[in-house]
Design a protein around this ligand. Structure first.
Ligand code: HAM
Length: 413
């Protein structure tokens, strides 16, 4: 162990994991192109107020999990715990949603939450975040869910389930809130200390509590679906019909409230059996009041985020990715061939080939072993004899065929 190690909950992504990360990121970009979503790269640092107002003062994220500091000029800043609030800010700041048509965006990158690290939970983690601004209708909710499903399916995930709920709107949610509050009041002494506070400040958060006793109480509480107004019922019906029409299966879960306060109407989560306790691989929903809450116009929004570490944990268990070796391993077999080998490697690399070499002479046996370990397709051997004759020997490591080529014919490679 070095004297200075990585910060707890912050992980290095090592070279052997990169092929899976590339696979996931390439698939995200491919689907974004097919569904018409444009990439926006927002900063990882924002003003603290953006998250406090956006995510909700009484959420765990804002109350306990943010990396917040003062910069040298005394401004309060926070490492983003999620991407949605930052994207809303960027959309408003750059007037990206003024055309009257939906603005479809995605963002890939690290998020930061001061949570207790465990399997599937880190303090720095990565998300694919997808958002649509400016469309209040239910089909766009179904579109983002269908994009999420296509992303997971095309990556080969099978053991996933989509849970879907509607949290109602400012018209019908207060009715549910009132019913829930009077139900919870009757059970107040048995709620955890956090939920006793939540009961006063934000009773819906009790539904999201991880403490078993609170979950058991909430399970017998009032049903959100029975409080939905006709507009919210119709909205949910079109979302479910649209998902059904493209063969997507979901489970309605009327306890699904999510850990962020900005949602209204549609909310959803995707869980995987491969993940253990932290089983949510993705989550999202509609947040029509968020832009206004952040000082902008009434701009509806809907989106989701996928936790990439969790997704990659599943892929690592279910997929075997061949890591590709270089096209060539260049073996300089004597000290005097090092210089010409260096020149040759450079020329080949400029021509677009991948070439690996070690800049110390070695025996043929050790070089072949090394090429094999690297997974090279061919070995170019440059020993004193080859150099004297202006030639190289090329061995195909798959077919074991060996040919001698004049250095001038290196174009044939
Ligand atoms: P979220 O549910 O907080 O939603 O996070 C989305 C996903 O990020 C989770 O399902 C999980 O896979 C992953 N995740 C969250 N925290 C951690 C952690 N500490 N370690 C590893 N992975 C984690 C949001 O962030 C919303 N902004 C989603 C959204 C977008 N809603 C609308 N638009």
């Amino acid at each position: 162990m070095p004297e200075i190690t990585a910060v707890r909950g912050f992980k290095d992504i090592l070279p052997d994991q990169i092929p899976l990360w590339r696979l996931v990121e390439d698939k995200a970009r491919d689907l974004a192109r097919r569904f018409g979503y444009l990439e926006l790269r927002a900063p990882v640092l924002e003003r603290t107020e953006l998250f406090a107002r956006g995510i909700g003062e009484t959420t765990d994220i804002v109350e306990k999990e943010m990396y917040t500091m003062e910069d040298r000029s005394g401004d309060k800043i926070t490492l983003r715990p999620e991407a949605t609030a930052g994207l809303v800010r960027a959309v408003l700041e750059h007037s990206l949603a003024t055309s009257g048509r939906p603005t479809r965006l995605f963002c890939l990158g690290p998020m930061f939450r001061y949570e207790r690290p465990q399997k599937g939970r880190q303090r720095q983690f990565h998300q694919l975040d997808v958002e649509v601004f400016g469309d209040p209708g239910p089909h766009i909710d179904a579109e983002v869910i269908s994009l999420l499903c296509a992303f997971l399916t095309e990556l080969g995930l099978t053991d996933v389930s989509i849970q879907l709920n509607s949290l109602g709107c400012p018209k019908c949610r207060p009715i549910f809130r009132e019913k829930l509050t009077s139900f919870l009041k009757a059970h107040e002494p048995n709620l955890c200390p956090d939920c006793q506070k939540r009961l006063i400040r934000n009773p819906l958060r009790v539904l999201d509590c991880k403490v078993e006793a609170c979950q058991a109480i909430a399970a017998n509480g009032p049903d959100m679906s029975e409080c939905l107004c006709p507009e919210c019922q119709d909205h949910l019906a079109v979302v479910t019909d649209s998902l059904g029409s493209v063969g997507l299966r979901y489970v309605l879960n009327n306890r699904l409230v999510r850990g962020l306060d900005y949602y209204a109407r549609t909310t959803f989560e995707v869980h995987s059996g491969y993940l253990g306790a932290q089983s949510a691989v993705a989550g999202g929903g509609r947040y029509d009041g968020l832009c206004r809450q952040l000082g902008g116009p009434d701009l509806p929004g809907v989106g989701f985020a996928v936790g990439l570490e969790r997704l990659i944990m599943i892929l690592a268990q279910t997929q075997k990715l061949e890591s590709l070796g270089p096209d060539y391993y260049l073996a300089a077999l004597a000290p005097e061939t090092l210089g010409p080998a260096f020149k040759l490697a450079h020329q080949l690399r400029l021509r677009g080939l991948s070439v690996e070499a070690d800049w110390e002479p070695g025996s043929l046996k050790s070089r072949l072993k090394r090429a094999d370990r690297l997974g090279a397709l061919k070995v170019i051997m440059l020993g004193p004899d080859e150099l004297a004759n202006n030639q190289v020997t090329v061995r195909n490591l798959v077919t074991k065929e060996q040919t001698i080529l004049p250095l001038t014919e290196i174009n044939l490679f």
